[in-house]
Design a protein around this ligand. Structure first.
Ligand SMILES: *Cc1c(COP(=O)(O)O)cnc(C)c1O
Length: 458
C-alpha cells in the first residue's frame, strides 16, 4: 500500500487554537520574523522539530503511573537497563536526561586538543561537545549526500575511502572513537546501510578504534535497511537493530526521537573502565547512576517507547507519512531532498524563490510566509543558521544550500494535516514571485538564528 493508514486510534486529543492571518502578521512583526520568538500556542501545525514532540501511547502513560521513584535501585531503572541491553547488546547502560549529556559525558573523557573524531555527519550538539573539549570533528559522508535530488537508498553512508585516509593520517592514538549517526540527521535524515556499518566496523577494528553509534533514529534506520537493503526483506526490525548495534562498541542516544518520549536519553557501552569513569562524572552532573537526571516514570516510558518504535506497522506508517508529504510536493514541482528521510522533509528554498539572492534569506522568507498564511512552523537550515557576516567587510559567508526543514513529530499529526501542509506550500509556490527578501536588523555573535531579528526588504 502506498500510504498505510495510522496504525492507532486517538484516545486523547489536544485542541489547537486557531489564529487569523492578521494576528499572525502582527506576531511576526513583534518577533522580528523569527519563528523561535513566536508563542507555540499561536501555531496550527508545528513542524519545528521531531525531538521530544512525540505523542506517547496509552501504555507509556500507564507506565508513568507505575514508575518507581526510588532514589537508588529503582525498579524502573532495571527495566530500562534490560530493555536497552536487549536492544543494543551493550553491557553498561547509563541514563541521561538528553542525548547531548551522553555526548558531554563521553567527550569529556576522551576528547582533547589532539583528538580527531570522524563521523558520517556530526549532529550539531555532537560537534559542539567535541569542539568544546578542543577536539576536531570531521564529516566524512559520501559525496552523493550533497546532491539533493539524487535518488539513492543510503545517502547517509560514510565514505570508506575518506575514512581510510583519516585513519592513515591520524591513527588510533589520535582517534579515540569514530561516530556514525543513524539516520544522518544533518544530512537530511538519510539512512546508513548495514553493509556500510559492517565495513566501517571492520576498518576500525583493524585499526584498533572503537565505533560509537549516534543512535537517535536507530529504529527508522533499521526500517530503511529492511525495505531498501538486499537480504533484509524478511528479517524482523528488532533483529536488524540488534545486528547494527553488534558492530559497535557503544552508542549515544536521545530518547526524544526513537524513544517516543518527551525527555530522556542514554549512553551505552562495553568498555568497563570507561563506563566506570563516566558513571563517576554522571553523579557529579546528572544524578545517581540509576536515574541519571530522569524521574523513574520517564525511565518507564522510555523502556516502553523504545519497543513501540520498533513496531513494523508503526515504522511503515511513520516513514510513509514523511514520504507522502515529500511526494505531494515533488508532484507539485517543489524541490525537496530526495529520497525523503526518516523524520523530515527538506525544501530547497533557493529553487523555491529563484528571484531572491541567498543573502536575502530565501529559507527564512519561506518559513515566515508559511507561518503568516497557514500557521505552520518550520525551520530554516541555511544562510541564517549557518551564514556569517565578516565583521570587517560586512560581506556574508554563505552555506552551500538554503533548506527549510519540515520535521514530522511522531504519531501527532494525521494525513489530513499533511495534505494541509502540502496545499499551503503549493499556494505559496504559485504566488512565489511576490515574496520579498529579508535582511538582518539584529544578530547575536554566536548561534544567531535563535535570536536574530529580520525585516522585509522593500
Ligand atoms: C537530537 C539529537 C542529538 C541530541 O539529543 P538531545 O536530546 O537534543 O540533547 C544528538 N544527535 C542527533 C543525531 C540528534 O538528532
Amino acid at each position: 500500500m502506498q500510504f498505510p493508514a495510522e496504525p492507532f486510534k486517538i484516545k486523547v486529543v489536544e485542541s489547537i487554537r486557531m489564529t487569523t492571518i492578521e494576528e499572525r502578521t502582527e506576531l511576526l512583526k513583534e518577533a522580528g520574523n523569527n519563528l523561535f520568538s513566536i508563542p507555540a500556542e499561536t501555531i496550527f501545525i508545528d513542524l519545528l522539530t521531531d525531538s521530544g514532540t512525540s505523542a506517547m501511547s496509552d501504555r507509556q502513560w500507564a507506565g508513568m503511573m507505575t514508575g518507581d521513584e526510588a532514589y537508588a535501585g529503582s525498579r524502573s531503572f532495571f527495566k530500562f537497563e534490560k530493555t536497552v541491553r536487549d536492544i543494543t547488546g551493550f553491557k553498561h547502560v547509563i541514563p541521561t536526561h538528553q542525548g547531548r549529556v551522553a555526548e558531554n559525558l563521553l567527550f569529556s573523557l576522551i576528547a582533547n586538543e589532539n583528538t580527531v573524531i570522524p563521523s558520517n555527519s556530526h549532529f550539531d550538539t555532537t560537534r559542539a561537545n567535541i569542539e568544546f573539549h578542543k577536539g576536531t570533528a570531521l564529516d566524512l559522508v559520501v559525496d552523493e549526500a550533497y546532491q539533493p535530488e539524487l535518488e539513492l537508498p543510503f545517502k547517509g553512508n560514510i565514505d570508506l575511502n575518506k575514512l581510510k585516509k583519516v585513519i592513515g593520517e591520524y591513527g588510533k592514538n589520535r582517534i579515540p572513537v569514530c561516530m556514525l549517526t543513524i539516520t544522518n540527521n544533518s544530512g537530511g535524515g538519510q539512512p546508513v546501510s548495514m553493509e556500510n556499518i559492517r565495513e566501517v566496523s571492520k576498518l576500525l577494528k583493524e585499526a584498533g578504534i572503537p565505533l560509537f553509534l549516534d543512535a537517535c533514529r536507530f529504529a527508522e534506520n533499521a526500517w530503511f535497511i529492511k525495505t531498501r537493503e538486499k537480504g533484509y526483506e524478511s528479517v524482523p526490525v528488532t533483529q536488524i537493530a540488534r545486528e547494527l548495534f553488534s558492530y559497535a562498541d557503544g552508542c549515544t542516544m536521545s530518547a526524544k526521537k526513537d524513544g517516543l518520549v518527551n525527555i530522556g536519553g542514554f549512553l551505552a557501552l562495553n568498555d568497563t573502565e570507561l563506563a566506570r569513569q563516566i558513571t563517576n562524572y554522571l553523579i557529579l552532573i546528572e544524578g545517581f547512576p540509576t536515574y541519571g537526571g530522569l524521574a523513574g516514570r520517564d525511565l518507564e516510558a522510555i523502556s516502553i517507547g523504545l519497543m513501540e518504535a520498533q513496531d513494523e506497522n508503526y515504522l511503515s506508517y511513520r516513514t510513509s507519512q514523511v514520504r507522502y508529504l515529500a511526494d505531494l510536493l515533488t508532484e507539485a514541482g517543489i524541490s525537496v531532498i530526495r529520497p525523503a528521510g526518516g523524520h523530515a522533509v527538506y525544501l530547497d528554498a533557493r529553487k523555491f524563490y529563484p528571484h531572491l539572492k541567498p543573502e536575502q534569506f530565501p529559507g527564512q522568507v519561506l518559513v515566515t510566509e508559511l507561518y503568516r498564511h497557514f500557521g505552520i512552523r518550520s525551520v530554516e537550515v541555511g544562510s541564517l543558521m549557518f551564514g556569517k557576516t565578516n565583521p570587517e567587510t560586512g560581506e556574508m559567508i554563505l552555506p552551500r544550500l538554503d533548506l527549510v526543514r519540515l520535521a514530522i513529530p511522531r504519531r501527532v499529526y494525521t494525513t489530513m494535516h499533511m495534505n494541509y501542509v502540502a496545499e499551503g506550500l503549493k499556494e505559496l509556490f504559485k504566488n512565489r514571485a511576490k515574496a520579498k527578501g529579508l535582511r538582518i536588523s539584529y544578530e547575536a555573535p554566536v548561534l544567531r538564528h535563535f535570536t536574530a531579528r529580520l525585516e522585509e526588504i522593500v
